[in-house]
Design a protein around this ligand. Structure first.
Ligand code: OGA
Ligand code: MN
Length: 200
């Protein structure tokens, strides 16, 4: 598996140097085709707000999500869960984040939906330390939109990322406000957070 090891090394290097990373080609087109049926299952409207007072607010966030049991994932994404476990180990060895666990959901953004600028680390749920996003749609083109825009805490825009099919984005959750721009096609991802506490 030299290719996989190589990519993890690059992620670690990026996280160390700039606290975020974009890796194209983390998942092959053939694997993406096998994953497509996962998006035909049951999805719930994603909500915003603190625990206990979560609400659907499409003006903020229009995606639909389906949680994955990372301890018993569907066969189609077992390789990615394995990679995430390996990433957790390497991040701990190199960046000393003390990651203990991770959570994961599939997300689909209907045409024209978006997720306004936000930070993933809720004040009341402070164990989220690392965000990761795999883009699982097929044949995504620049014109399809749906960019992930990443900002510095100071407000300066630092990257506008086209969600290329099969690519993987990682960043330190606390460091980067970010938003998802609207797209011209259904935008599909597998998104999650690594935590400094056991959550599963
Ligand atoms: C999120 C999020 C970014 C993306 O789900 O919190 O910011 O590119 N996703 O899908
Ligand atoms: Mn986010």
């Amino acid at each position: 598996m030299p290719k996989v090891i190589g990519m993890l090394d690059k992620i670690i290097q990026d996280l160390t140097e700039k606290q975020w990373s974009f890796q194209p080609g983390a998942i092959s087109p053939a694997e993406l085709r096998l994953m497509a049926p996962l998006f035909e299952g049951d999805f719930q409207p994603a909500r915003v707000g603190k625990k206990g007072e979560r609400q659907r607010v499409e003006e903020i966030r229009g995606d639909w999500i389906s949680w994955i049991d990372v301890l018993d994932p569907p066969a189609e994404i077992q390789a990615q869960i394995k990679l995430l476990n390996e990433l957790k180990t390497q991040v701990n060895q190199n960046l000393f984040l003390g990651l203990k666990d991770f959570e994961c959901h599939l997300a689909k953004y209907p045409i024209g939906s978006f997720y306004k600028r936000h930070i993933d680390r809720h004040a009341k749920e402070s164990s989220r330390a690392l965000t990761y996003i795999f883009y699982l749609h097929q044949d995504w083109k620049k014109e399809d939109g749906g960019e992930l825009v990443i900002y510095q805490r100071s407000g300066e825009k630092i990257a506008t990322i086209t969600p290329e099919s099969g690519s993987l984005v990682t960043f330190i959750s606390d460091d980067f406000p970010h938003e998802v721009l609207s797209s011209r096609r259904e935008r599909r991802s597998m998104t999650g957070w690594m935590h400094t506490q056991i959550i599963n």
